[in-house]
Design a protein around this ligand. Structure first.
Ligand SMILES: NC(=O)c1ccc[n+]([C@@H]2O[C@H](COP(=O)([O-])OP(=O)(O)OC[C@H]3O[C@@H](n4cnc5c(N)ncnc54)[C@H](OP(=O)(O)O)[C@@H]3O)[C@@H](O)[C@H]2O)c1
Length: 337
């Protein structure tokens, strides 16, 4: 075991786009667990768009990271030393121990993975928070019926890739929106969506209309929104009567210095659209069922997933900036070992 720990701290709050100097990578003393605690070695760090919000001090649903504090983040790893009755050395665990190689935990928010169904990294993606978010937003809030059309933005990412595949499992037509031809090809050919529209090609309104016209003219029954902004505006005119919008994220807005004003608001009224924002941790009661079903579909080969992996904790700031720019395919991770 190493004698020192490595951590990434928030050094300053970004204004606009995140920069590498908003973070500092430091060596620190190895933490020591006391009675009721354990020492965990983090092997995987999850990078997620919500971290942009935690870097800011604007009011949100969760507390900001303080300057000089370890960045928050989901982790997967192994218990190295335990003084906790519920955990022993060698246990595989998933939790939110932050951007650091080692952490002391009292077990709060830590989940033991006894018989992993997939490599531990999957518990930060398809079998973890992003997978559960897709399940909850689409199935609990979106309530798609067989034959309906589901559209999802950031379709090649961690959440979006699961949303479209769940839509197919439920007998819907799945249309993705993603940045670039390569991502769209992946979404259709590897993930099995019916179509995918490249919003960076500069013709989103027309291309989306063409992708939705599948023999007969059909609109959208569920729009799973991960991005907000101009993409939401392009989608709104295509919404069907009594359609649903699970509002999962607004990534196009996270680094914006001026809020985007939605122009097609009229569609909410004329189409009687139900929009609901949600945070996956609001419904902890749904997690066991979501994880059971996702695990089942993964085992049956009905869910595919991709990972983009950066190597080493010091690479995390650059990889996080890449995630916000769309450089990732599937789940963005950092391998810490
Ligand atoms: N509500 C919840 O509980 C919850 C939980 C997890 C995630 N989320 C939200 O879900 C969304 C997706 O998260 P994720 O973890 O799955 O990330 P991700 O999709 O794996 O990665 C983010 C993707 O966003 C896209 N993007 C970046 N800037 C954009 C822009 N200006 N316009 C359109 N797309 C843009 C990029 O893909 P392209 O190359 O396609 O642009 C990028 O790859 C985020 O908004 C996140 O905050 C919400």
């Amino acid at each position: 075991m190493m004698s020192t720990n490595q951590q990434v701290l928030l050094a300053s709050r970004p204004v606009g786009a995140v920069r590498e100097d908003n973070f500092s990578v430091v060596e620190s003393a190895m933490p020591t667990p006391v009675a009721g605690q354990m020492l965990v070695r983090n092997d995987w760090l999850s990078l997620d768009p919500y971290m942009r919000g935690r870097m800011s001090d604007a009011k949100s649903y969760a507390r900001s990271v303080a300057i000089g504090e370890v960045m928050v983040g989901g982790t997967a790893g192994e218990v190295i030393e335990s003084h906790h009755p519920g955990f022993k050395a060698g246990d595989k665990v998933v939790g939110a121990l932050g951007w650091q190689r080692y952490a002391v935990s009292d077990g709060a928010g830590l989940m033991k993975v006894d018989n992993p169904l997939a490599p531990m990294s999957a518990y930060l993606g398809v079998l973890g928070m992003p997978g559960v978010t897709a399940w909850m937003g689409l199935l609990d809030i979106g309530q798609p019926r067989p034959g309906e059309t589901v559209v999802v933005s950031a379709a090649a990412g961690a959440v979006g890739s699961v949303v479209g595949q769940l839509a197919k499992i439920k007998g819907c037509r799945a249309v993705g929106i993603a940045g670039g031809a390569a991502k769209c090809k992946h979404v259709v050919e590897d993930l099995g969506f019916d179509a995918c529209v490249d919003y960076k090609a500069g013709n989103l309104a027309a291309d989306l209309g063409a992708a939705l016209t599948n023999g007969k003219n059909k609109g959208i029954d569920v729009y799973f929104d991960n991005v907000g902004g101009e993409v939401l505006d392009a989608v709104l005119p295509h919404m069907n009567a009594f359609s649903r919008i699970p509002l999962c994220g607004l990534i196009s807005q996270y680094s914006a210095t001026e809020a985007y004003g939605v122009k097609q608001f009229r569609s909410f009224l004329v189409n009687r659209i139900r929009l609901q924002g949600f945070i996956c941790f609001d419904r902890l009661d749904l997690w066991p069922q979501a994880m059971r079903e996702l695990g089942g579909w993964l085992g049956e080969g009905k869910l595919q997933y991709r990972e983009s992996v950066a190597q080493g904790l010091a690479a995390a700031p650059r990889a996080f900036i890449g995630l916000l720019r769309g450089e990732n395919l599937g789940k963005q991770l950092v391998r810490l070992g």
